[in-house]
Design a protein around this ligand. Structure first.
Ligand SMILES: Cc1cc2nc3c(=O)[nH]c(=O)nc-3n(C[C@H](O)[C@H](O)[C@H](O)COP(=O)(O)OP(=O)(O)OC[C@H]3O[C@@H](n4cnc5c(N)ncnc54)[C@H](O)[C@@H]3O)c2cc1C
Length: 91
C-alpha cells in the first residue's frame, strides 16, 4: 500500500472515503480485496462507525427490504430473519 506525506505533513492516499456507514465500509472492503496496492483512508465525523445503523436507536428500527439483497456480497446475510432489527445490521 502506497502512502505519502507531503512537505506540510499531510498524508496522501489514493482513495479517500468519506463516512463509515455501510457504503464506506463496503467500499473499503472492496478496495482492500480488489486493489490491495491502493492506499485508502476512511474519515468519519462521528465517534462510531455504522452510519444510519449506529445513529438511529429508536425502538423497532429495522430494515425495510430483505437483508439477503441488502447485505454485502462479501459477507452474506445468514440470519434466519430476512427483515432485520437495526442492532443486527449494525453488528
Ligand atoms: C429505518 C431505516 C431502514 C432502512 N432500511 C433499508 C433497507 O432495508 N434497504 C436499504 O437499501 N436501505 C435501507 N435504509 C437506508 C440506509 O440508510 C442505507 O441503505 C445505508 O445504511 C446507508 O449507508 P451509507 O453508508 O450510504 O450512509 P450512512 O449510513 O448515512 O453513513 C454515512 C456516514 O458518513 C458520515 N459522514 C457524513 N458526512 C460526513 C463528512 N462530511 N465527514 C465525515 N463523515 C461524514 C456520517 O456520520 C455517517 O456515519 C434504511 C434506513 C433507515 C433509517
Amino acid at each position: 500500500m502506497k502512502t505519502a506525506t507531503t512537505d506540510s505533513g499531510s498524508q496522501c492516499v489514493d482513495v479517500l472515503i468519506i463516512g463509515a456507514g455501510l457504503s464506506g465500509i463496503g467500499g473499503a472492503c472492496h478496495l482492500r480485496r480488489n486493489c490491495p496496492d491502493r492506499s485508502f483512508m476512511i474519515l468519519e465525523s462521528r465517534e462510531a462507525s455504522g452510519g444510519t445503523w449506529d445513529l438511529f436507536r429508536y425502538p423497532g428500527i429495522r430494515s425495510d427490504s430483505d437483508m439477503y439483497t441488502f447485505g454485502y456480497g462479501f459477507k452474506p446475510w445468514n440470519d434466519k430473519s430476512s427483515i432485520a432489527d437495526g442492532h443486527k445490521i449494525l453488528r
